[in-house]
Design a protein around this ligand. Structure first.
Ligand code: NAD
Length: 428
């Protein structure tokens, strides 16, 4: 049994542990801030962690056990907020890292939330529709002591969809006896979801990219070539929005590899192909590339939008990009950060670049609590306003302390949480 459990841990995390990355980033940021060491120690720790092992009846009648986690890193600023990931790479350390990054992300964009994250070790594609519903509902019921509109509000992340959020909302609602749309965000619109939530993260990535380009005087869209790793929720919507705006998207990828056309891909056609075939492989009018090769393609903007630990000490020196805009959480290791900074590649960090998702999740929660819904134009206007303001705050910190954008974004966020913590005090 122990061997079977160990087999579920991805070897990738033996090499790059996202929690080590998150803690190293935290140390770099807090070293420069000069805040009370008791506060620094307190904020380093996840507030609470739940591990659940639960059964799912397979279509064959066999019961299979699955492992899931939910970590609340912080509830200093408000209820904790963070996605749920279904992936065979999930580990407790990964969830801890993602929860910590959520705390800083929410603080950076000034949302009244702490940070959380959840995950289940499962390949959702390996289960039937009935099995995945059963797994999602059972995991949701295991989370009931933790989640509610006022304590912890989950959302989608890698491997999870609006339909799964609907099942979580329904499971919670059935337990309490009335409909509670605000318990989860990223739901379908017909049960209290928000306009614009599905595309919010990808769109926000492009808003942050444009802000970075504008501030570097790079305003001619036709001169900007993008390479995007990951063609899921974040990557595909980033690609679509960039394409609509007139940028050239040269390459995109999924878990099985990528496609590359030096003259630019027709993104609507790529999206139709993926909708029909389920993946990118075999897409005509493009060359196949591996994910490793894709990261090293010549471009102006590289957007990692798949998972952690992709840009490392091993490949950072060989990148051929001028800007990196992080759609994924934690795609760059601290060792790679040093190389990127030394090479003068300008990086817009994850907690800033991909904050569009949690911002529109916040709008969804507010709309659900008020039972009053906004139109898409209002959502995107407010989203852009908040992201540009956070970008501004990050640049001001970077200039004041003479630090890179990642350290600046984390310093800005950590300072806000630290001040709130000191105002609240240490209970009892
Ligand atoms: P998704 O499941 O919709 O898509 C993930 C994509 O990455 C898919 O194309 C998948 O094939 C690909 N992929 C998976 N493993 C890979 C690997 N080892 N190498 C290359 N590609 C791989 O997930 P998503 O919601 O788009 O999330 C992507 C990243 O963005 C994650 O880091 C997530 O935490 C982050 N993020 C997501 C949101 C959101 O709103 N969904 C918000 C903020 C950050």
């Amino acid at each position: 049994m122990v061997a079977a459990l160990k087999n579920r841990i991805s070897p990738a995390h033996d090499l790059i542990n996202p929690y080590e990355t998150a803690l190293e980033q935290y140390e770099r940021a807090t070293n420069r801030l000069g805040i009370d060491e008791n506060v620094v120690e307190y904020m380093k720790w996840p507030h609470r962690e739940l591990t659940v092992n639960f059964p799912v009846k397979r279509d064959t009648g066999k019961i299979e056990m699955f492992t899931g986690y939910r970590v609340h890193h912080s509830t200093v600023m408000g209820p904790s907020k963070g996605g749920i990931r279904f992936s065979t790479d999930v580990t407790l350390d990964e969830v801890r890292a993602l929860a910590m990054w959520m705390t800083w992300k929410c603080a950076l964009v000034n949302l009244p939330y702490g940070g959380a994250k959840g995950g289940v070790l499962v390949d959702p594609k390996s289960l039937s529709a009935r099995e995945i519903e059963s797994l999602t509902r059972r995991y949701a019921s295991e989370l009931i002591p933790l989640i509610s509109p006022h304590s912890d509000i989950p959302a989608p992340d890698m491997g999870t969809t609006p339909q799964m959020m609907a099942w979580i909302m329904d499971t919670y609602s059935m337990t309490v006896g009335y409909a509670v749309p605000a318990v989860v965000t990223g739901k379908p619109i017909n049960i209290g979801g928000s306009q614009g939530r599905t595309e919010a993260t990808g769109r926000g990535v492009i808003v942050s990219m444009m802000e970075a380009l504008k501030r570097h005087g790079r305003t001619v869209k036709e001169d900007i070539r993008l390479v995007i790793q990951g063609f899921g929720n974040v990557g595909s919507h980033a690609a679509a929005y960039a394409y609509d705006l007139g940028y050239k998207v040269l390459a995109v990828s999924d878990v099985n590899g990528g496609i590359y056309n030096p003259n630019g891909l027709n993104i609507p056609s790529v999206r139709s192909y993926v909708a029909e075939t389920g993946g990118l492989s075999g897409y005509p009018s493009a060359e196949p590339v591996t994910n490793e090769e894709l990261l090293l393609l010549p471009c102006e903007v590289l957007i990692p939008a798949a998972m952690e630990g992709q840009i490392t000490g091993e490949n950072a020196a060989r990148l051929q990009t001028q800007f990196i805009v992080e759609g994924a959480n934690g795609p760059t290791t601290p060792e790679a950060d040093d190389i990127i900074n030394e090479r003068g590649i300008f990086l817009v960090p994850d907690i800033l670049a991909n904050a569009g998702g949690v911002v529109v999740s916040y709008f969804e929660w507010v709309q659900d609590l008020q039972a009053f819904f906004w139109d898409e134009e209002e959502i995107f206007r407010q989203l852009e306003r908040i992201l540009v303001k956070a970008y501004d705050a990050t640049v001001r910190t970077a200039e004041e302390y003479n630090v890179d954008m990642r350290t600046a974004a984390q310093m800005t966020a950590i300072k806000r949480v630290a001040e709130a913590l000191m105002t609240r005090g240490f209970y009892p």
